[in-house]
Design a protein around this ligand. Structure first.
Ligand SMILES: [Cu+2]
Length: 147
């Protein structure tokens, strides 16, 4: 009986030592994770650089309201990312002239934007480009793209 008691004591001490060792290992493991986290941070810094590049390019916004496009004439440099915001109560389909073929400058043709939605296109082709709302082609405007 005494043997089994002392062996239980030994087992208890071994478990305690193992527990402490496990605790130290866990703490060390957490420290080892810290550089991994900073690696992720530097990776996300890398992924931000393309975003920085895009933020360097010019942006412009055309707002569509119930009254039509604003501004009616927008002048931008080639490469500008143009955002079309639909703040009207209806859907809008921003489209290159002429209606209904939209072939004058196809890079301007956008999907239908529901009320409250916005979309973008990149103005690349230098020139004066008429556009309209394909759903209501009485709403028109002009995009002037310069070099
Ligand atoms: Cu049209």
């Amino acid at each position: 009986m005494e043997r089994s008691r002392s062996s239980k004591l030994v087992v208890g001490i071994v478990l305690l030592v193992l527990g402490v060792a496990l605790l130290i290992w866990a703490l060390t493991g957490r420290k080892a994770e810290a550089p991994a986290t900073s690696t992720e941070v530097s990776q996300s810094t890398n992924t931000q650089s393309p975003a920085d590049t895009s933020s360097q390019s010019d942006t412009a916004t055309i707002t569509f309201t119930n009254e039509g496009f604003s501004p009616e004439t927008l002048t931008v440099k080639a490469g500008t990312v143009v955002t079309v915001k639909n703040e009207s109560d209806d859907s809008v389909q921003f489209s290159s002239d002429d209606h209904p073929t939209h072939r004058e400058n196809t890079e301007m043709n956008m999907k239908t934007l529901a009320s409250g939605q916005s979309g973008t296109f990149t103005a690349k082709t230098v020139g004066t480009h008429g556009f309209h709302d394909h759903i209501n082609d009485s709403k028109v405007g002009t995009l002037v793209v310069t070099q």
